[in-house]
Design a protein around this ligand. Structure first.
Ligand SMILES: [Zn+2]
Length: 296
């Protein structure tokens, strides 16, 4: 699979930050009525080492499988064994990153089911994973007698990012993490859109958030507020780091100042995030850039 800049960066961080040793074999857990989860090992961003695969639908099946991200054969076998008991009707993708789609093509092929995602995700996956059903904001991606999964378009981390609302729970993909952090990389992400999407999710009535990495977040509203506060704090720190009064600074200096509270080993990630903040601030006319030097 071709590596996106985000995946290349994940790889770089994995080489620098040890992930927790592999733990017990994956077990299927019920996290909400009509939603079960299986955490499978994936090449993701440390400290996370797994991506949650959500099985949505009636206990007896068939279910929709959200983000079968593991490219590893042993993990795919575990998923196949679980699915063998309930049956599957489709694969749903929150977005195009490898740790969310790594097992999608193989799974859809084995079970002869369609893969559904947002059109922008389909474009990004062209030639890698064949998306056969397109999903738009507000559409019901999958329904069964007792419920349904409704798409909420939440661009920012990725331009085709969807969340899936099921009753009072939201399968949130990479909007929020239960473990680790969400990277907004300016090559494929957009900080302004990400903040808008966080606001949008927060305005909805759902409470429980089911992230792609880490455990369920019972109070979704509080977590979304925390994320918004944190990102705005960081934006302010980035802005404060940009010199005024005729001075200017290079990216490395801005990272050192705006992320002085972040371990150095994470600065490659911080730099991407900082650039995403700068793109937003530049668009808003709050900073200027000349030949790689930033001022305001
Ligand atoms: Zn992602």
């Amino acid at each position: 699979m071709g590596e996106s800049p985000v995946e290349a960066l994940y790889e770089q961080v994995r080489a620098a930050v040890p992930v927790a040793a592999d733990h017990a074999p994956p077990t299927l857990l019920q996290v909400f009525p009509g939603i079960r989860v299986l955490a499978l090992r994936t090449p993701t961003l440390p400290p996370a080492a797994h991506t949650n695969v959500y099985l949505v639908g009636p206990d007896a099946g068939p279910v929709a499988v959200v983000d079968p991200g593991s490219p590893y054969r042993d993990q795919q076998t575990v998923l196949d064994e679980v699915i063998g008991g309930v049956g599957i009707s489709r694969v749903l993708l929150t977005h195009h990153h490898g740790d969310h789609v790594g097992g999608a093509a193989a799974l859809a092929e084995r079970w002869q089911v369609p893969i559904a995602a947002h059109p922008r995700t389909a474009e990004r996956l062209a030639g890698v994973v064949e998306v056969t059903q397109l999903l738009e904001d507000g559409e019901v991606a999958f329904s069964w007698q007792a419920g349904g999964a409704t798409c909420v378009f939440t661009p920012g981390h990725a331009d085709g990012h969807l969340c899936f609302e099921i009753g009072g729970a939201t399968i949130a993909g990479d909007m929020v993490a239960g473990l680790g952090t969400i990277l907004i990389d300016p090559s494929e992400g957009d900080m302004a859109l990400y903040l808008e999407s966080l606001e949008r999710l927060r305005a909805r009535p759902q409470s429980m958030i089911l992230p792609a990495h880490g455990p369920p977040i019972p109070d979704g509203h509080a977590k979304l507020t925390e994320y918004l506060v944190h990102r705005r704090m960081r934006e302010q720190r980035v802005l404060d780091a940009v010199p005024t009064g005729g001075g200017s600074a290079m990216i490395d200096d801005l990272v050192a100042t705006a992320y002085s509270d972040t371990p150095r080993v994470l600065w490659p990630l911080a730099e991407r995030s900082l650039r995403a903040h700068l793109v937003k601030l530049l668009r808003e006319g709050r900073v200027r850039e000349t030949l790689g030097r930033w001022s305001r």
